[in-house]
Design a protein around this ligand. Structure first.
Ligand code: CP
Length: 323
């Protein structure tokens, strides 16, 4: 390559290494490996900030962020709010139950009114898939998807990858199995897209009624035997059985599900004592996982929650400082 072209290429690479390719985070589908790497590496820096006596940096001072939650949340909403406060942004929390949405105001009117108050970023959770994408058309703010219907939950996928990488050192070639209610899970899709980009070997395990037809086209292997899945993988990401999304229609009972697919200490000790267990929460104890495992030595469930703040700080910082 001629000298001048190599300089230009190096400049482009250096710029690429420091900023994301999109000003929104709508999902992990199609997000380049370099972007995911940049978010995870930036999160490592913020993870250190969270260990300091004063857990605050001035990075997003002057930015205004609204958390638009049309669906219930504990972890994601608090984690985003905390991440924004740690970055010194001004934050506003919107919840449908106390808003004029209850008086019949349309979603579009609500967003336009909030935007008229000059917000820079919108974090949105909604029961309908595609709402974050729609927001990019009606708002000038940076849009961050905090979970949309059965579509994606990108920051959960990122914090899962961060938590795995923290324990294993690398995602490349790692065997990760997503267990359970895959068909109702936006966490599963974000994990599949993100982990595939990062070079992990992804599989799913569950009764076939919970596994979407054609999922193997996303490059994932299917297990129906949980013992085999535990034996052959390095990591299990155990999904919640989403009873509020009618998961009961695809399994005879939660007791039956637990008998065939529940993650128990006995199954782990028999098949693979080196396995790492993740769960995005909230947990149905005694259904997809026993308390013995959920609180035991193989899991990193609360580490995921702590890492979630650092990962969300990284995403907010990288999007909020883009030019
Ligand atoms: N993991 C997750 O999205 O949890 P919340 O529904 O409590 O935000």
């Amino acid at each position: 390559m001629p000298f001048i072209l190599s300089i230009v290429q190096r400049f482009k690479n250096e710029r690429r290494n420091m900023s994301l390719t999109s000003r929104h985070l709508l999902g992990l589908q199609g997000v380049p490996k370099e972007d995911i790497q940049l978010i995870l590496d930036t999160a490592t820096t913020f993870r250190e900030v969270l260990e300091r006596p004063i857990k605050k940096v001035p990075t997003l001072q002057g930015k205004t962020i609204v958390n638009l939650f049309y669906e219930n949340s504990t972890r994601t909403r608090i984690s985003f709010e905390l991440a924004q406060k740690r970055l010194s942004a001004d934050t506003i929390n919107f919840s449908t139950s106390t808003s004029s949405a209850k008086k019949g105001e349309t979603f579009k009117d609500t967003v336009r009114n909030i935007e008229a108050m000059k917000v820079d970023m919108i974090v949105v959770r909604h029961e309908s898939a595609g709402v974050p994408q729609y927001l990019t058309r009606i708002s000038k703010a940076n849009i961050l998807n905090a979970g949309d219907g059965l579509h994606e939950h990108p920051t959960q996928g990122l914090l899962d990858m961060y938590s795995i990488r923290e324990k294993t050192g690398s995602l490349e070639g790692l065997k990760v199995c997503i267990v359970g209610d895959v068909g109702h899970s936006r966490v599963a899709l974000s994990n599949i897209f993100g982990l595939n980009s990062m070079g992990a070997k992804v599989s799913v395990c569950g009764p076939l009624t919970m596994i979407p037809v054609g999922i193997e086209k996303l490059g994932v292997k299917i297990y129906t035997d949980i013992n085999k899945a535990i034996a052959e993988n390095d990591v299990l990401n155990v999904l919640r059985i989403q009873l509020e999304r009618k998961a009961g229609q695809v399994i005879p009972s939660t007791r039956e599900y637990h008998n065939y697919y529940g993650i128990t200490a006995e199954r782990i000790e028999k098949n693979n004592k080196n396995i790492l267990i993740l769960h995005p929460g909230p947990i149905n104890r005694g259904v997809e996982i026993t308390s013995e495992v959920a609180d035991g030595p193989y899991q990193v469930i609360l580490d995921q929650v702590t890492n979630g703040v650092a990962v969300r700080m990284a995403v907010l910082y990288l999007l909020g400082t883009m030019h």
